[in-house]
Structure formats: structure tokens, C-alpha cells
Design a binder for this molecule. Structure first.
Ligand code: ATP
Ligand code: MG
Length: 671
């Protein structure tokens, strides 16, 4: 199995891992001898068996590929792009970009002039190469015993039928189509059908309210809204069609067709330019008006396929399950396009991981013999075996080292590497991620940049910081999966992402680059200097300024969760008369543990010890549960309102997975 750090191993080869800045800097050698082997040494190695069979099986191999990808991006990416079908090859430079607003408008283009179709590459191409009868989608319904599946050939039929229908009602290349569906097979089918005819899909997560839906409809002006009558989520029925009707009253309403009639199962492909839009997707909007992130076809196709293949070490025999909803970017890139482009068998699950009970997730893993399991770091303890698993993935939030170890030890039986993938709606695909066979992991670190990605860490003035450091995470030049604009608002695109630090794409996230123990685990000494591992410290907005000390919420949370009685923690800043901002911590205890004054003190003490007195929470708020989106993210926006007792300003709570959690928190506010 995987060996944890206190095994003696030599990893001299890590010395050259990229520290960002686009160059391959030569860092200190990492040689773990007996003297350094200790509990603090948190390197987790891939087993020899795993590494041997991996696409990238050593740091050297990664380094060679990475080096080429940043020194010769055109050569690197056009080699990969050539594995796809192009009706006509690009006739302009593989990549052209302007990343610096001082030199004119920001613009990014990949494979311009190339004609292709992502639906064709997902389906027809795989069918022609002998995968017609391979299962494309295993579908598991909300209710036990309700299931279905489609082979690649069957999926193509279904996609074509819907594509023909869309054409028949007048949808043309370039038209927007809003898809408001739960996780039925019809959801990826609808996305692919749009792509096939060159229409631009905009999936709106089916948990959104009619107002949120109306807002998005008004913004992107679709020709059609695709929905269904109702859906069961857990034990509850949700009448989607009524919500759409309500939304249409607020936006525009023309004809309604109550069902999709039978149409022929073949449909010609609309060849589109690599730079024609594929979809637009609104971000969660926790930080303001939702942003309509626009992705185009060619670069996105090449990038999602490649990141999927390498970060999960995908092999044709794998059964892959990603728990994300197609209403989020993860469901676009890593339920639909990335896996299908690779000809993978994908599990699509309609329901909630807790229905009918907390074991549902593991039931599904066992049932389909899932080998690659990709999820958000919010999971449930279990009584099931998960022998089939070989790779685990995590996304959406920083995964703290305790959660990492739990995922690794319990879910993966200390055998499966974890790909902690850092990326964003805007980036289209993974940006910083382990390649599971290539180098040792560090619990809580997303490790190193993917091919072609040049992350840099800058200070407040936008100056790149070298070596071990922490600061604002930016990217130095474009990658194929980058978003090209915010729909209808290129100015906001430039202002939000490119103006904060001239010459860079600003991610909005903070990042530390070091050996990481110091940042993520409290105050362990840095005995391996400058390994170049990346540690995401959360959004820059989530940084709390306590008496001039900048403290990442993730850091405090990580310390709290290391307390044996703390199951989960969420930290926000609140106004504080003396310190400017104070630290307010929501704490979920491990099951059965009663609240007590003593425990409160001991939690605070843990933070004082691990980080320092300045980071000690001013308030501990007991939380039987935390408000999360269905994509598994803690909604800190709501926690901030509760913390500052602005209870009438909670805002849109329609994306909450479990709305009652908020009432519980309000009740417990002054306990
Ligand atoms: P909005 O931009 O509307 O507020 P959002 O940022 O939550 O929405 P996404 O694009 O889905 O929407 O999420 C990207 C963000 O999630 C990243 O910027 C980062 O803060 C966080 N994130 C994603 N993956 C990881 C990860 N592996 N480790 C740490 N943070 C992550
Ligand atoms: Mg964001």
C-alpha cells in the first residue's frame, strides 16, 4: 500500500519541482533519511505498484513534460489536440493572448480557425474507435432500486433525438439554451445536444429559486428553457416546472412544449470554430451578482480531457464517479466532458448522498465498483467496504490535513492516492493538482501546477515572490481551458480578474508555497525547505484582519479540526471594537459529544497553541450542522450574517442543501 512519511525513502528528484514563475527553479534537494523520518514528516508516497502503472510515474517524467508545456506551449498542446477530431485544423497560432490590460483588451485564443465539435469528440469518435457498446453512463436514481444506463451508442441516439428537436423548434448555432434539470441522464444529454448543434448551454442548478433562475434567463436571453415536471430530492418532491413558470413570468414567455416528441436518432454535427462559445455558467455569486463565465470549444475540450486523464490517472477499465451536480463547473468538466472525451464509464447520481441514510455514497461505490471517486471534502462515516477504489479526488474547499487523513485512511484504506484538485469555474479545469503516481503527497496540499499552468504568488503590490512564501495566487499566462469573458460584460472580466495585478490573472485565492507543515498543521518546524508544494489558504475575502494580523480562515479551521472532539469548523470575521475584526468560529462536534464550557476553552487553547494567541477565536458558536451548498461548499456569506446577527439579511438561501441548518444555528446563537 501507500507508505506514509516515516518510511525511509529517497526523493532527490523532487528538487526540481516548479515553484511557479514559469521557470523550473532548482530547489533544495529533498532527501529523507533516518534522521528526518518522524511524525512531522507528512509525505505520503504512491505505492510502487501504483506508480509503475501510472501515466506519469516519476517527478522526472512530470518535470520533462511540464518544462515542455511552458517552454513550448504550442507544440505541447497541439500534439495533444491532434488526438481529437478536427474537421479542419487551426490555421492561426495555437495560442495568442493579451494578459496585460495596459497593452489593450484582455483576449485569449486557442486553436483559432480550427473546426471541431465537442459532442462529436465525446460520442461519435469513441464509438468509431470501438466503444459503441461500452457503458457511458450508469445512472442511479434518488430512490433505491431506480437505475438506468446508456452505452455510448445509446447515448448518441438520445443526444441526437434531442438535438433534432431543438433544431425543429428553431434553436440555431450561437443561440443560448438554459437547462434547468436535476441529475437525470437528460442533463448531460441536453448539454451534449446543444453542443452538437452549436447552441450555447447554460445550466442553472435545479436548486435555484425562481428569482435566481429569472435573473439568469434575463442575463443570457435563451431561446429555450429545458426542464422537467418535478424531481424528488431525498424524501421531498420539488416542482421544477412550476418554478420555471414563475421565472418566465418575470422574464419572457413564448410557447411551451410539455414534452419532447420522438425525433430521429441521428443528427448531423454543426462544426464550430475552436473559439465559438460552448457554454456559459454562472458562478455561485457568493461575492455579488453572479458572473456569467464563458467557455469556448477547442481549448476547453483539450484541457478538460487532458486534466481528467492525468489527475485521476484514468485507464479505460476505470469506473468513475464524480458526486458534483452538472449545475456547477465540476459537473461540466468532470461529469460530462472530461470523462466522456476519454471514453470513460461515468456514474451519474440523482440524489443526495445522505438519502435514505449516510451509507448511500458507499453503497453506490460498491454497487458499480467505482475505481475513481471524486467529491467535495464533506463525507460521512461508513460501514461499507470500498475495495474497488484506486484513486480519490477532492475539490471545492481547502481540505484540511485531518480531513485528508480521514479520507485517505478510512475511505481509501490507506491505499488510494488523493488528488486534491484546485481550480475554478473560470479556469475550466484543474490548475494545481497531484498527478497521483508521480510524487509524494502532503495531506492538505494541492501540490504542483498542471501542464502549461504557471502559477505565481504575488504580494499586495503585485510583485512576484519567489521560493517559500505566501500571498495572492495569480497565473502568468493563459492555458487552453481558461474562460474568455464574462458574458456581456468584458469590462467586469478585466476589472475583476486582470486589473488587480497588472499582467496576471488573479484567482481571488490566497496561497502559500512551502513545505506546508507550518501553514496547514500549526507550528511544525519546516525541516524540508522550499519543496515548492502549494497550499491554498482560501479566498482572499476569507482572510480576517485581526489587529493588523492577516489570518486565513482555513488556517484557523485547520487548527480547530485537529482537536479530537471537533468534527468540522467554519471561521468568519466579525466586527470587533478593539481589534478591527474578531474571529468567530462555528463548531460541529463529533457525534454524541455534549457542548461544555471546558470544551470551548480547550478548542480555543488548541488554536492558541498551534497558531498563536492572536488567532484565538473570540466566539465559539455550536453548530449541529453547517450551511452548505449542494456542491458541498460552506456558505460563509450566511455564517457572516449570523455571526453579526444580521438575521434579516441572510440573502438567497435557495442553494442550501439543508435549509433547517440555518434555523438551528440561529437558535443556538447565544448558547
Ligand atoms: P463565486 O466566485 O461566485 O463566489 P465560487 O468561487 O465558490 O463562486 P467555484 O468556481 O466553483 O465558485 O469555486 C472555486 C473556488 O473554490 C476557488 O477559487 C477556491 O476558493 C475554492 N477551491 C476549489 N477547489 C479547491 C481546492 N482543492 N482547495 C482549496 N480551495 C479550493
Ligand atoms: Mg470564485
Amino acid at each position: 500500500g501507500m507508505a506514509t512519511g516515516n518510511k525511509l525513502r529517497h526523493v532527490e528528484s523532487l528538487q526540481e519541482m516548479p515553484s511557479g514563475a514559469g521557470k523550473i527553479s532548482c530547489l533544495n534537494a529533498v532527501i529523507l533519511g533516518e534522521a528526518l523520518a518522524s511524525e512531522e514528516n507528512d509525505l505520503v508516497f504512491p505505492s510502487d505498484d501504483f506508480a509503475r502503472q501510472a501515466h506519469v510515474s516519476s517527478p522526472q517524467q512530470y518535470l520533462e513534460m511540464y518544462k515542455r508545456s511552458v517552454e513550448d506551449p504550442a507544440g505541447f498542446w497541439s500534439d495533444i489536440a491532434s488526438e481529437f477530431y478536427w474537421k479542419q485544423k487551426w490555421d492561426q497560432p495555437v495560442c495568442s493572448e493579451n494578459f496585460d490590460f495596459r497593452k489593450g483588451n484582455i483576449s485569449i485564443q486557442w486553436f483559432k480557425g480550427g473546426l471541431t465539435n465537442i459532442c462529436y469528440n465525446c460520442l461519435d469518435r469513441n464509438i468509431e474507435s470501438g466503444n459503441a457498446d461500452k457503458i457511458a453512463i450508469y445512472w442511479e436514481g434518488n430512490d433505491l432500486g431506480v437505475e438506468d444506463s446508456l452505452t455510448y451508442a445509446q447515448l448518441l441516439d438520445r443526444v441526437c433525438q434531442l438535438a433534432n428537436y431543438l433544431k425543429a423548434i428553431g434553436v440555431k448555432k450561437g443561440d443560448a439554451v438554459v437547462i434547468y434539470l436535476p441529475m437525470l441522464m437528460e442533463l448531460p444529454i441536453a448539454m451534449l445536444a446543444c453542443a452538437r448543434i452549436g447552441a450555447v448551454h447554460s445550466v442553472v442548478f435545479a436548486g435555484f429559486s425562481s428569482e435566481s433562475l429569472a435573473q439568469r434567463i434575463l442575463d443570457c436571453k435563451p431561446k429555450v428553457v429545458i426542464t422537467c415536471n418535478a424531481v424528488k430530492r431525498g424524501a421531498k418532491a420539488i416542482h421544477l416546472k412550476d418554478i420555471v413558470d414563475a421565472a418566465l413570468v418575470d422574464s419572457a414567455k413564448n410557447g411551451i412544449s410539455d414534452f419532447v416528441p420522438k425525433y430521429p436518432p441521428t443528427c448531423e454535427v454543426e462544426w464550430v470554430d475552436a473559439e465559438d462559445p460552448l457554454f456559459l455558467l454562472y458562478t455561485s455569486g457568493s461575492t455579488g451578482k453572479p458572473k456569467g463565465v464563458l467557455h469556448t470549444t477547442g481549448g476547453y475540450m483539450v484541457y478538460t480531457a487532458t486534466t481528467f486523464k492525468y489527475a485521476f490517472d484514468y485507464k479505460p477499465s476505470d469506473i468513475y464517479w464524480c458526486t458534483a451536480d452538472c449545475g456547477w463547473i465540476t459537473g461540466h468538466s468532470y461529469v460530462t466532458y472530461g470523462p466522456l472525451l476519454n471514453g470513460a464509464s461515468v456514474v451519474v447520481f440523482e440524489g443526495a448522498p445522505t438519502y435514505p441514510d449516510a451509507g448511500r455514497c458507499w453503497d453506490i461505490v460498491d454497487k458499480f465498483k467505482v475505481t475513481i471517486f471524486y467529491t467535495a471534502p464533506t463525507l460521512y462515516v461508513t460501514r461499507y467496504s470500498r475495495k474497488s477504489l484506486r484513486v480519490l479526488g477532492s475539490v471545492g474547499e481547502p481540505i484540511n490535513p485531518s480531513a485528508w487523513r480521514w479520507f485517505f485512511n478510512v475511505v481509501g484504506n490507506s491505499r488510494c492516492p488523493i488528488s486534491d484538485t484546485w481550480w475554478q469555474t473560470e479556469t475550466g479545469g484543474f490548475m494545481i493538482t497531484p498527478l497521483p503516481g508521480a510524487w509524494p503527497l502532503k495531506p492538505g496540499s494541492a501540490t504542483f501546477p498542471f501542464f502549461g499552468v504557471q502559477p505565481v504568488i504575488v504580494d499586495e503590490k503585485g510583485v512576484e515572490i519567489e521560493g517559500e512564501c505566501s500571498g495572492y495566487l495569480c497565473v502568468k499566462s493563459s492555458w487552453p481551458g481558461a474562460f474568455r469573458t464574462l458574458y456581456g460584460d468584458h469590462e467586469r472580466y478585466e476589472t475583476t480578474y486582470f486589473k488587480p495585478f497588472a499582467g496576471y490573472y488573479f484567482t481571488g485565492d490566497g496561497c502559500s508555497r512551502s513545505n506546508g507543515q507550518k501553514i496547514a498543521d500549526g507550528l511544525h518546524p519546516c525541516f524540508r525547505d522550499k519543496d515548492g508544494y502549494h497550499w491554498l489558504t482560501g479566498r482572499v475575502d476569507d482572510v480576517i484582519n485581526v489587529s493588523g494580523h492577516r489570518i486565513g480562515t482555513a488556517e484557523v479551521e485547520s487548527a480547530l479540526v485537529s482537536h479530537p472532539k471537533c468534527a468540522e469548523a467554519a471561521v468568519v470575521g466579525v466586527e470587533h471594537e478593539v481589534k478591527g475584526q474578531g474571529i468567530y468560529a462555528f463548531i460541529t462536534l463529533v457525534e454524541g459529544e455534549p457542548y461544555s464550557e471546558e470544551l470551548r476553552k480547550s478548542l480555543i487553547l488548541t488554536v492558541r497553541k498551534q497558531i498563536g494567541a492572536f488567532a484565538a477565536p473570540d466566539k465559539i458558536h455550536w453548530a449541529p450542522g453547517l450551511p452548505k451548498t449542494r456542491s458541498g461548499k460552506i456558505m460563509r456569506r450566511i455564517l457572516r450574517k449570523i455571526a453579526s446577527r444580521q438575521l434579516d439579511e441572510l440573502g438567497d438561501t435557495s442553494t442550501l442543501a439543508e435549509p433547517h441548518v440555518v434555523e438551528q444555528l440561529i437558535e443556538l446563537a447565544d448558547r
